[in-house]
Design a protein around this ligand. Structure first.
Ligand code: NAP
Length: 268
């Protein structure tokens, strides 16, 4: 019997995870299928994973935090972050992991050593929480910049760092800036939450958004001499780590990157 994997969320229609993981399993010679599961019934879905013997699941919006009490074990970092994006099923025993924050900082590490760098995180939602947690773990000096004070201050308290309202982003200087809001995502692609003059030559600018591949934020950053990192890299690396957790094998990361990039280019 083929192993079954999938992504669980609501809505789920836009997900590129099936393309990415399908290609990864094929490249690794693994007999597996990867499907999409859209539901509002989280508890029922978790029973379903056990009952049907689904080998692994990607978890996305809105279930990353809500799924935690339904699992048998949570990896230490995922527990501290308060969010799970991966379930591994070993004979009905479900363990949750988080590969999002790790992937974002891994993508940054490809262009700069994060240790000791000042990192501006724009946004204070689920993605910002995982990224901020890993950034602190890697020795970065983090500042949370968010539109709303409530969520911004809450995340800054969790990360034990400073909060600055988005309207005062000019007051913050950084070596690295990571954009984690949905502003600039397809189809409203030609907007950025960050004013152009925040960017400076040599700064590293990463967008968590991967559709479009080159957001307005990244275009503006590149025009000001920043080193840019696309959200595609974060997406591919979080998926590659999921593959490693599910199979114990080295992920075919280049294949995964290629198929996702191709799918996004075909969409645009
Ligand atoms: P979320 O929990 O809903 O958080 C959204 C954040 O964006 C909040 O801080 C919110 O600020 C801010 N925001 C929303 N609209 C805004 C606007 N018009 N102007 C300024 N700020 C605004 O979302 P999330 O789960 O963190 O996801 C955020 C983005 O990251 C999405 O685009 C998602 O696709 C992307 N993402 C990418 C990957 C990847 O692998 N590349 C992984 C995870 C997420 P307030 O607090 O003021 O409302």
């Amino acid at each position: 019997m083929r192993n079954v994997y999938g992504v669980l969320g609501n809505p789920i229609g836009h997900s590129l995870s099936p393309v990415m993981h399908g290609a990864a399993f094929k490249a690794a010679g693994i007999e597996a299928v990867y499907g999409t599961f859209q539901s509002v019934n989280l508890k029922g879905c978790i029973h379903g994973i056990r009952a049907l013997g689904i080998s692994g699941m990607s978890i996305t919006i809105p279930f990353k935090t809500a799924v935690i009490p339904h699992l048998d074990a949570i990896d230490g970092m995922a527990r501290e972050m308060g969010a799970v994006n991966t379930i591994v099923n070993r004979n009905g025993y479900l363990k949750g992991f988080n590969t999002d924050g790790w992937a974002a900082i891994k993508a940054i590490e490809k262009v700069v050593d994060p240790k000791g760098r000042r990192c501006i995180i724009v946004g204070a939602g689920g993605a910002a929480r995982g990224i901020g947690y890993m950034a602190r773990k890697k020795g970065m000096h983090v500042t949370v910049v968010n539109r709303g004070e409530e969520r911004g201050s809450k995340l800054a308290n969790f990360l034990e760092c400073e909060f600055v309202p988005l309207s005062k982003i000019y007051d913050v200087d950084g070596d690295v800036i990571i954009q984690t809001t949905p502003v600039g995502m397809f189809p409203s692609a030609d907007i950025s939450p960050v004013p152009e003059n925040v960017f400076h030559h040599g700064m590293v600018a990463m967008d968590a958004i991967y559709n479009p591949l080159e957001t307005r934020f990244l275009k503006n950053a590149a025009a000001r001499g920043c080193i840019t990192v696309s959200g595609l890299e974060m997406f591919v690396l979080q998926g590659a780590e999921q593959f490693r957790l599910w199979t114990g094998l080295k992920p075919p990361t280049d294949v995964m990157r290629h198929v996702v990039k191709k799918a996004l280019e075909e969409e645009s």
